[in-house]
Write a protein that binds this ligand. Sequence first.
Ligand SMILES: Cc1cc2nc3c(=O)[nH]c(=O)nc-3n(C[C@H](O)[C@H](O)[C@H](O)COP(=O)(O)OP(=O)(O)OC[C@H]3O[C@@H](n4cnc5c(N)ncnc54)[C@H](O)[C@@H]3O)c2cc1C
Length: 451
Amino acid sequence: MTNGTALVWLRRDLRLDDNAALYYACRENARVSVVFVLNPALLADERMGAPLVNVFFDALAHLRDALREHGSDLTLVRGDFAAELLALARRSEANAIYFNEDYEPAAVARDEAVARIFESAGHGVRTFTDHVYFGAREVLRPDGTPYRMFTPYKRRWLEQRAVSRRPPFSSRDAVRGKLIAREDLGDSGLPPKPEDFGHARFRLPEAVSEKRALARLRRFLEDGGAVERYGIDRNIPAIEGTSRLSMHLRAGTIGIRTCVEAASMRSGAEKWIDELIWRDFYQMIYRNFPHVAEGPFIAAAARIPWNEPGDAFDRWCGGTTGYPIVDAGMRQLNQTGWMHNRLRMIAASFLAKHLLIDWRLGERYFERHLLDADPAQNNGGWQWAASTGTDSVPYFRIFNPLSQAKQFDPGGAFVRRYVPEIGTPAYPPPIVDHTAARARALAVYGKAIRA
Ligand SMILES: Cc1cc2nc3c(=O)[nH]c(=O)nc-3n(C[C@H](O)[C@H](O)[C@H](O)COP(=O)(O)OP(=O)(O)OC[C@H]3O[C@@H](n4cnc5c(N)ncnc54)[C@H](O)[C@@H]3O)c2cc1C
């Protein structure tokens, strides 16, 4: 414990509870202030969508309220990360910065730059694993290299957890008496608005707050046993069979340790924990194999000759391919900012295989339209669907959108919700013939990958 003052720089961890950086900053310093940097260039990036910006700004407003309840405030600064943080450290006489790791390649570079600048100014820099249960270098193969496939990774992850549990950080308690009083922080300004950064308002399904996230987790795990039915219900888009926590996990209004630990107290939650392990897995892949951010995980897949996107891509985006289950999924995305996992798989496979359009275009489209847009998980999902990634099943798994619809939306309830014109002349004929498209994909993929 020092007598110093620390800045806690929050990014994708917009919460007071179960927050590693906040916890250690409070344990190791006399005074702590919490800061978020609004970087106009990042917010204007073409990969940043209005839904995600709205999620983050709502979470910031709730975080500010939570800090005010503690007599403190959220410090918001605008501009270049390193310059603004260093200037703030000088103004507030802070001598250390604490933050949680982020695995996006651009974030890694940014964080290294901030750390260098702080260190050369003589300040302490402390970083922590927080947004994943196990860090990218914690679950490794016996030879010390990262896993490339999910199943052995999961086995090792579970073994590791049996001997090294990560309970949630009690940071909500640790902040007591440590946060700098609001009157000593200066005016932090109003919470940001999406339109100030060129983004439209997007209707959020609920508040992006810690309170809401925790209530959602409790409801999913405790009431009525939704988690026990998850193994089956998770595949049925017409019902709410999943936790809908992804937006909260993205902005960090709930911690991953809180989710894993709460679920592990509950019998029948294994399948749900598997999905949280998938999340760790894709984060680990993104950190250890950063080339996936730009192209395929498997080198041979770079040879696939993609079609020009053209009109087919526009029809896929707008949900007018003439394949009802694909169209319903895309319209759910466009209208609500969330898409059911089964539909993400079907729609992604359809773009990459049936239309032979570069999966990266679909990845970008999802990024700009999802409330839970997360580069690592989105990339993992897309590479899985396009058979360019870590999946052990080869390219000849091609989802049949007709049989998928029969299996997972048998009465057509979900499709009718989003494609009410189905069966009328207003609904377009299929953009491609399934059998012919499947044969074409097999030929093109086969030639590229076996070449
Ligand atoms: C093409 C494609 C793109 C995707 N893009 C994203 C994305 O940008 N952001 C995102 O959070 N998820 C993404 N996913 C994974 C998954 O579809 C969503 O996490 C899930 O639908 C969110 O709903 P939920 O919170 O109710 O999930 P639940 O089923 O309740 O799962 C709980 C949590 O586990 C994690 N999770 C669940 N499924 C997966 C998975 N297959 N891979 C990795 N993590 C998973 C998520 O954090 C999720 O919130 C994508 C999947 C595919 C196939």
